[in-house]
Design a protein around this ligand. Structure first.
Ligand SMILES: N[C@@H](CCC[C@H](N)C(=O)O)C(=O)O
Length: 294
């Protein structure tokens, strides 16, 4: 039987991005890809991302996190999930720390300081974006060495060309379009997620500039598919839009699930993401869920 059987989880969402939070601090347990897929397959614990908390690694941090997609693959970043974990650590009766206002969470991609803005709204310092083609990573050096306009196109949609690439600890590709609602994103996402240009695959976004401080965004997530919101994609998009001169360094990103406020801070180059969290329910994993999972 899986050691995860009967463990408590929280089901939450960040703007409709489905998040399951599992606290394994104080235990040596790790989640396998097979177990992650089993958790995702159950309607009660289904997620776009599973946020697993482990004991802190870096002194001064509150927890380290591993982030799993629906298909069991891991990601270095999840903005919406990070806000949900922050809510759990200040408000959930079992997980909360005494006296928490600010906290620092750690992922494979680095340290993420979080501030509580109101009851359910949090600001995450998502760190500095990776802008070199090797940071994303891309397969080849680009004719535009800044990776603002990269050399790829969709064969049967010629206007989908020269997207921008940004890493927020995970790879993001952003196509600039006149109408983000006019495309079959699942079809486009499936094709580009696995394009040979992206050795670690990629999250694929369609971005429509509404004004210098407002962007409409739809996202196909690597390893999870179509989502109602993706925090790291919103951060990557604002950075790319600002580098292209399409927006300033601060904008509202409107996703199907709602709005995120994103700022690419001038003083230190960090990206700040502010948005809501929503608690849905808690549960325990049924042992039957892991039948057959190693
Ligand atoms: N929903 C997330 C990011 C999801 C991670 C992604 N699928 C990946 O594999 O990089 C967010 O809110 O940032």
């Amino acid at each position: 039987m899986s050691a995860l059987a009967n463990r408590r989880f929280l089901k939450m969402n960040g703007l409709g991005n489905e998040i399951t939070v599992l606290d394994l601090r104080g235990t040596p347990l790790r989640v396998s890809a097979v177990e992650a897929r089993a958790i995702a397959a159950d309607p009660c614990s289904h997620f776009d991302q599973l946020m697993v908390l482990h004991d802190p690694v870096t002194p001064g941090t509150d927890a380290s996190m591993r982030i799993y997609n629906t298909d069991g693959s891991e990601s270095g970043a999840c903005g919406n999930g990070t806000r949900c974990v922050a809510w759990a650590m200040v408000a959930d009766p079992v997980m909360r720390r005494p006296s928490a206002k600010g906290l620092v969470l750690e992922t494979k991609a680095g340290l993420l300081p979080v501030e509580r803005v109101s009851e359910t709204v949090f600001t995450v310092d998502m760190g500095s974006p990776g802008l070199a083609w090797t940071d994303i990573p891309l397969r080849d050096p680009q004719s535009d060495t800044r990776a603002i306009d990269i050399d790829t196109r969709m064969a049967d949609a010629p206007e989908l060309t020269k997207p921008s690439a940004v890493s927020m600890g995970n790879p993001h590709i952003i196509f600039w379009v006149k109408d983000a609602t006019a495309y079959d994103l699942p079809r486009i996402g499936r094709v580009f997620e696995h394009d040979a240009m992206f050795p670690e695959k990629a999250n694929i976004s369609l971005a429509q500039i509404i004004s210098p401080d407002h962007i409409l965004l739809r996202v196909w997530e690597r390893g999870a598919g179509l989502t109602r919101a993706c925090g790291s994609a919103a951060c990557a998009t604002l950075v790319a839009a600002s580098r292209k001169g399409l927006t300033g360094r601060k904008a509202t990103l409107s996703l199907p699930g709602g709005d995120l406020l994103i700022e690419w801070r001038e003083s230190d180059g960090h990206v700040l993401m502010t948005g809501p969290t929503e608690f849905e329910h808690e549960g325990v994993f049924s042992p039957a869920l892991f039948a057959g999972a190693a």
